[in-house]
Each structure stands twice: as C-alpha cells, then as structure tokens.
Design a protein around this ligand. Sequence first.
Ligand code: TXA
Ligand code: MG
Length: 321
Amino acid sequence: MPTETVYGLAAVATDPAAVARVFAAKERPLFDPLIVHVANGDPVLQLAGIVSLDGFSPRGRRTLESLWDRFWPGPLTLVLPRTSRVPDLVTAGLDTVAVRMPRHPVAHALLVAVGIPLVAPSANRFGRISPTTAASVVAELGDRVRYVLDGGPCALGLESTIVAVDPDGGLRLLRPGGVPVEALVAVTGRPVGAAGPGIEAPGQTPSHYAPRTPLVSMSGPIASADTPGPAGSGTVAVLVARGPTAPAVARLEALGLVVVRAETLSATGDASEAARSLFATLRALDESGAERIIAEPWADRTGLGHAISDRLDRAAAPRPR
Ligand code: TXA
Ligand code: MG
C-alpha cells in the first residue's frame, strides 16, 4: 500500500499467519519488529485494544496527546506499551508496539475497508532501498506479492520518525524520519534523547537502504575533491547532494574516472526535494551498470537533513556478508 513516506507491505496486524508471510516475503529477520498502522481518526479510538496507556502519568499523557494532536495523521511513529491482542511476531516479543496513522488517502481507504489495523514494513527486501513508487515495489517484491495499490509517488519519500514515549512522557528517538526532532521538541517542550543500543532500536542495522552496487561516500563536495579517494578507479555513478551535476562530473573525469550516470538530489539544495528523490535516485544509479556509486554527504544534519544523512550513511555502511 502507498503511504506518504514510502510504500508498505501490508498484512492484518492481528493475524499471525499473515504477518509471518510479510517476514517471509521481505526475508526479514524475526528480531525486527513491525509498525502497526491505523486509520485516520481519534487516536484513542484507533489505538484501542492495541496500546495500553494505563501506566501513563498525567504528564506522560499530555506529552503523548501533544504529539498525536500535532503530527497525526503523518510521518510519526510512536512506540508505546502494547496489549496482548498484538501478536508477539509483530513486536518481536517486546512489551511495546510501534503505531502510526499514515496521511495518505489510499492507505486510509484500505485501513477502513479492512477494518483492522495493518502492519506495513517498507515494501523492499530486507536491507535494500525503500520503494517510493508502485514500480519500485514491483521491482522489489513483484514475484512475491499479488497486488500493488498504486497511489502515485510518495510525497515525503523517507520513512516516519520513530519515537519511544515512556509513561512519564520521556522521549527517545529510535529513527530520524519525516518529522524533524526540532519539531518534536517544539511541540512537546521536552528534550528528545538518543536510543539505547540493541533491543531499544531493533532493526536499525548499520547497513540498510543499500543499493546492490557498492556505494562510497566522499568526505565533502565532489566538485572540489583532489583525489578520487575511496572511489578508486573505473566506472562510477554519481550522487550529487545539491546543485548541478556538471562540476562534480568534470572533477571526477579529471581524476580519471568514467562517469556513466550522474544525478542530483536537489538542484536548488531543497531538503524536501532531496528527501523525496533520495530512494528513487539511489535506485536509478544502482541500475546504471557502474562499478561503484559515489555519493556526496548532504552536509546539513538539522531538520529533514538528519534523516537524509542517516539514510546515506547506512547506504554506504559496510555490509554483512
Ligand atoms: O514510514 C514508515 O514508517 C514506513 C511506512 C510503510 O509506514 N514503514 C517502515 O517500517 O519504515 P519498517 O518495518 O521498515 O521499520 C520498522 C522499524 C523497525 O525496524 C524497528 O526499528 C522499529 O520500527 N520498531 C518497530 N517496533 C518497535 C518497538 N516495539 N520498539 C522499538 N522499535 C520498533
Ligand atoms: Mg524498512
């Protein structure tokens, strides 16, 4: 199903057999829990039977309400205490569940038609590039899923921000995404801490969002690089962060590389445009036939730049063999 962030592979959240097929289709390890998606509407009603807020203090409750009042429906996932109605498979056995209310008319219509919340991990094979068009879903999972609901290209293009909310309203960032941390702080008036390692953010593996082609990250703007650095030699596809591609291409050619394709995330340096184009651009460069992809850092780690940089870092991270 389409969402405003990326396409998701949906299954009825309360049906363990259906959820198991999602893990199988994605080749996703069972330690990596799923996000439960609910239809647009009053969060208290939509989350009834899925999350349990019994242990929440008035302050915790206020913090939570300020988040969903402001950001739902939208690209914010909240990790909250769960009920026993949620299958263990969904939460990887944790006592919390991740929930989100997507802002996409087709996702909403599907959720209403089914009448039960849906799990929906990004509709890619595990560790690969998330799909932002129906055609990319077909490329990733076309041999494994029977239907793709085409809702057009995703407006945001990056996954939701994931935040754990504790019973007193303490916040921890588990994944940067479509809602900037600065906005969470502004709305709640509370600091947002970092996730603990391991169990707190399962599934946030260093290598993720990876093209099949090795991707190397330059330390700064390619146009002013004085060595090809980790790019070595041979054919390359080039990911320019902002501005035109021509200066970067000219520089790499002067350094002896053969550029087979070059793309920019945003010719004007606009973060929203860069977020929207990131995964589709990585996919296009992956299909160029180059030996390597050379990517420029986004440089600005504030606002949406936090999530853009996170995805680029993980795309470049060493891969498990
Ligand atoms: O934008 C999105 O969130 C997309 C669209 C389709 O809605 N979905 C998505 O799902 O990105 P997925 O499966 O690719 O990412 C889910 C991540 C897990 O890898 C894990 O890090 C975190 O959510 N997560 C889920 N449940 C959790 C829990 N109980 N505690 C901590 N982290 C959890
Ligand atoms: Mg994913």
